[in-house]
Design a protein around this ligand. Structure first.
Ligand code: 6CS
Ligand code: FE
Length: 293
């Protein structure tokens, strides 16, 4: 399969124009025209109260119990912070949590992503990033699509992430930061992908990160936004949006659950880096469509 988005191929870092639409299907009423336009222009859209506060409290309790469960320690889905034994992320939570599973099978979220991706969808990846108080380290700037293309074989930019706040995302506890409009350019990164890169990158990513010059250019054009909101609010963002988050030195955890919807017409090929496919708890190869509950 032709590699339309080469990166980490030992070439000079570059910014190339996006070769895919952002909106892959016509409006079917799940979002207003203004919301569609904002997602297309900025690359992200805030969805306040995607879950009612009571529902997000149930979800937080369930996922926090997962984090504390002794039987989870040592499982590959559990990723530790780079400098401590604190749990940074738990992957595959849509299989480990009935509440997450129900959320991805329900409207309004399912209708929204089906409409925007113009097809049925399946779950490429899900995770909770706990970003605990005092110990939650940063997630350096990156495009998820660059990793999913190079390391998982995702052919085109036809996937969306939803980041749901389990705890309040405030300006001070390491909220998701995005570069509006950055999804319109593909940042081809320097370097080559080490084998089993995910063993390192999920703790601290060092390959597949843009150069400071590339970041400065994107920020000059689009600025930096940090959408904040209470538990239950969410941010829907394009797979190629440049994003990251700072470390958390406050007592207040910034725990978000991320679910990645990929179009069933964009299923994974062979990784374009020529490395072995990553494990299914990071990059699912179960392409069965999500069926509405
Ligand atoms: O490698 C990945 O798939 C993960 N890495 C980051 C920093 N964001 C997306 C995803 O969780
Ligand atoms: Fe990411």
């Amino acid at each position: 399969m032709q590699d339309l988005y080469p990166s980490r191929v030992g070439a000079e870092p570059a910014l190339a124009p996006r070769r895919d639409p952002v909106l892959h299907g016509p409006s079917r009423g799940s979002l207003g025209e203004e919301q569609r336009r904002k997602l297309e222009h900025d690359g992200y859209l805030c969805l306040p109260e995607l879950l009612a506060p009571a529902e997000s409290d149930v979800l937080l309790a369930e996922l926090d119990a997962l984090r504390r469960a002794p039987e989870m320690r040592g499982r590959p889905e559990v990723v530790l912070e780079p400098d401590s034994e604190a749990i940074r992320s738990v992957f595959d939570v849509h299989r480990l949590s009935r509440t997450v599973e129900r959320m991805v099978q329900s409207d309004p979220l399912l209708s929204i992503v089906q409409e925007l991706l113009g097809s049925d969808v399946y779950i490429h990846q899900s995770r909770v990033n706990f970003k605990p108080g005092f110990e939650g380290k940063e997630f350096y700037w990156h495009s998820d699509f660059e990793t999913w293309h190079v390391e998982d074989g995702m052919p085109r930019m036809r996937a969306l992430s939803v980041s749901l706040n389990l705890t309040a995302n405030t300006p001070v506890n390491g909220p998701l930061m995005v570069i509006p409009g950055s999804h319109q350019h593909y940042v081809s990164c320097p370097g080559r992908t080490p084998s089993d890169h995910y063993q390192q990158s999920l703790r601290r990513q060092e390959y597949g990160v843009p150069t400071r010059e590339q970041l400065a250019l994107l920020v000059e054009r689009g600025g930096i936004a940090a959408p904040t909101g209470p538990a239950g609010s969410a941010v829907l963002f394009d797979c190629n949006l440049m994003h990251g988050s700072a470390g958390n030195i406050t007592p207040w955890p910034r725990s978000n659950v991320f679910v990645v919807f990929n179009s069933v017409d964009n299923t994974l090929a062979e990784p374009f880096a020529g490395i072995a496919p990553r494990p299914s708890y990071i990059a699912s190869r179960d392409f069965r469509r999500v069926v509405r509950a």
